[in-house]
Design a protein around this ligand. Sequence first.
Ligand code: SF4
Ligand code: SF4
Length: 283
Amino acid sequence: MELTIIPTWKCQIKPACPYCDYLPAPDGSSVQMVRDKTLQIGEELTPDQWVGWLKTLPPSTINFTGGEPLMYKGFRELIRKLPDKHRWAITSNTLLDVINIEPLLCLTWTASFHPSQGEEKITRFIQNIHYLRASYFSMSISIVAYPDMLDKLPDYVQGFQKAGFKVGILPFYTRGWDWRESGKYEEIRKFLPLVEENPNLWWVENRDLKQCSAGNNYLTIQPDGDAWRCYSGFIQLEQSHRIGNILTGLKDVDTACSIPCLFPCDWLRSKKGEEAINAAAGG
Ligand code: SF4
Ligand code: SF4
């Protein structure tokens, strides 16, 4: 299975990064989502509760995200106790203490770089990514192409690449700001050759019915164990995509889905998607 686990919604960065999609309450008890809906979060699961459930699954890939996953107090214990049939990956702002995290089952550590945090934090970030690489983590750096920082983006990219790190650029999307229609289009396009052909469609109210296996082979799980079919369903807080709690049981999933999809599900069905698939197949 492919799992996205949010062990905590807490994040130590205050105020939140300007492009952050979520506004968690400081104690992690609720989070305000992109569409201004608020989700209440129950008590965070303990490492043993997570591990007890993970033991019941077939070999899976676990993507830890948040919030900031390292703000979850039991993170090191959870990694230490993780059944060795699983592999994990993490997206972390990589500004907290990263010592004594077991690298053996880790596939990738994505360090998200937030330069708006200032020089001191940038130094800490650089120390941490070097430390993690020396500790045998496979590292990559991700940077959000936020409009205000586009001028410095080439320097950041070149700096990390020169130091031997893989760098990925994430487009900045929000309602009311579409990079494809902004004055920054040409600047961003240089860094986002793929995104031009793969626009994020989830805010386009595409309600076409489609079939999708998410919920059977893919789950997004909240700090309190509440499970959703997929990340798209979760961030839109689509109740039809909420399928129970891992401690009390998950309901069977109907493969039909008619919500706008953050993943390529909608794009693949678009004309451009069809053309790209045909081109890749040599058609
Ligand atoms: S580090 Fe991540 S979770 Fe924290 S405020 Fe920034 S974007 Fe949001
Ligand atoms: S939103 Fe996308 S990933 Fe989620 S169930 Fe629907 S089609 Fe699948």
